[in-house]
Design a protein around this ligand. Structure first.
Ligand SMILES: NC(=O)c1ccc[n+]([C@@H]2O[C@H](COP(=O)([O-])OP(=O)(O)OC[C@H]3O[C@@H](n4cnc5c(N)ncnc54)[C@H](O)[C@@H]3O)[C@@H](O)[C@H]2O)c1
Length: 417
């Protein structure tokens, strides 16, 4: 079996400190780990993980390993991998194939290396592992029991596969679990996107006009936090219902063609291509900052930006300046990749505690229901969502009411007499 491929094993000490820090702030996973250590649900199983490879993911990998699995991990984006965390994870006995800033070819070779371990279960983020398994690595399909998908974009791809009848194994839509998108997409992306933009630019948000493209779960969080930081917020949408939500939350709504003239900072979170493109760059103010929080680097059209620029240069780490022919300068953060992970540390540990608790319990569910689930996109079981939510309340020492028998009877009845 292949050995790890990482930047530098010598970075392990720093990586271990980061992993230890998040572990101290992930009480739900700690509880699941204790249970897994006793019950060994993954004994004899191999698990392949493709996720943004920073400390929270590393801790998740060790929890699954503690449950008896052999674990191999690669990154789900070339810029989100942290080399010290990779080294730390290797020292904890997990196979890692990832390097920060790897080329597209290396990125794909790392996905292959993880699959070379012949996994039984997978965790995917954006659908790249599943895509390879159904194209270049079909010989591995008979071994796969199932998997779990982390993000909105990956689930869209899975649903397209299901519709075409090509999905070969069950994939649990972890993103669509309540304990995922309600907290991770909204509060996680909301906070970490601004963390990424602020630490990268070292500029103020207050007093600026922020344009948020997409008012889904991520966009709601990004807009709410921009408002909290003192920005004027404009939302662009294609969905009339979400546009109304943005209006009622107190934001201006308009097409990107209009918003482009007004914005100081632009953040895309749509999962869609070309949300900001040539016609928009043409009317932007000098100094406009462009950032993406959606899964792929396709939301800000980089080809248009390059074609329109007279020159480009690195203005600061993770900031590229594009000088237009008329003298205006536009600044692209983190190559248009997810700014919260490529230019920061991703979501807070307490948020990923919820998301990754769902991941672990969904893998366990796939094993327990082996052979019973169709090769489709499977919802997170309701009891798993409730279990994760209850574990979080327990870890916080928060108690809630329980229904009395009379209340249960009332809620189950249509007579109300
Ligand atoms: N950065 C992160 O850490 C992080 C976390 C979770 C999800 N994501 C990714 O962020 C993206 C959005 O996720 P989500 O959960 O908010 O999805 P969502 O489906 O809840 O919301 C997307 C919104 O974008 C709107 N939209 C689509 N195309 C548009 C366009 N051309 N212009 C304007 N609005 C448009 C949709 O109508 C929808 O309201 C996905 O790619 C997802 O994978 C990133």
């Amino acid at each position: 079996m292949s050995e790890s491929v990482i930047r530098d094993v010598g970075l392990a000490e720093d990586g271990l400190l980061k992993i230890q820090w998040v572990k101290n702030h992930m009480p739900i996973l700690n509880e699941i780990r204790r249970n897994f250590e006793a019950s060994q649900p993954f004994k004899g199983k191999k698990v392949a993980i493709c996720l943004h490879l920073e400390a929270k993911t590393a801790y998740l990998a060790t929890v699954i390993k503690a449950g008896g699995a052999e674990v191999a991990v690669c990154g789900s984006n070339p810029l989100s991998t942290q080399d010290d965390v990779c080294a730390g994870l290797v020292s904890l006995g997990v196979k890692v194939f990832a390097r920060h800033g790897c080329t597209p070819e290396e990125y794909t070779s790392f996905l292959h290396k993880v699959l070379d371990t012949r996994p039984h279960l997978i965790i995917d983020d954006g659908g790249d592992l599943v895509h390879l398994l159904h194209t270049e690595r079909k010989e591995l399909l008979p071994d796969i029991i199932g998997g779990a998908e982390e993000t909105t974009t990956g689930i869209l791809r899975l649903k397209a596969m299901e519709k075409e009848g090509v999905l070969a194994f069950p994939m649990v839509a972890v993103n669509d679990g309540y304990c995922k998108h309600l907290f991770d997409n909204r509060y996680g992306t909301g906070q970490s996107t601004w963390d990424g933009i602020m630490r990268t630019t070292n500029l103020t948000v207050c007093g600026k006009t922020v344009v948020v493209a997409g008012y889904g779960w991520c966009g709601k969080g990004i807009a709410a936090r921009a408002k909290g930081l003192g920005a004027r917020v404009i939302v662009t949408e294609v969905n009339p219902i979400h546009a109304n939500e943005a209006l009622m939350d107190g934001f201006e709504v308009m097409p990107m063609a209009e918003a482009a003239k007004r914005g100081d900072i632009f953040v895309t979170a749509t999962g869609c291509i070309d949300v900001i493109r040539g016609e928009h760059f043409a009317v932007m103010k000098d100094g406009a900052i462009l950032a993406n929080a959606g899964h792929f680097d396709v939301e800000i059209n980089k080809k248009d930006l390059q074609a329109m620029a007279r020159s480009r240069r690195v203005a600061r780490r993770n900031i590229e300046e594009f000088a237009m022919a008329d003298g205006r300068r536009l600044y692209l953060l983190a190559e248009g990749r997810l700014v919260n992970i490529a230019a920061a540390d991703g979501h807070p540990a307490e948020i990923m505690d919820l998301s990754f608790a769902l991941q672990t319990l969904c893998l366990d569910y796939l094993l327990k229901t082996r052979g019973q689930l169709p090769p489709k996109v499977i919802p997170v079981p309701r009891e798993v969502d409730r279990q994760v939510a209850s574990l979080r309340l327990k870890s916080l020492g928060v108690e809630i009411d329980t229904l009395t028998p009379e209340q249960e009877k009332y809620l189950a009845s249509w007579r109300h007499d």
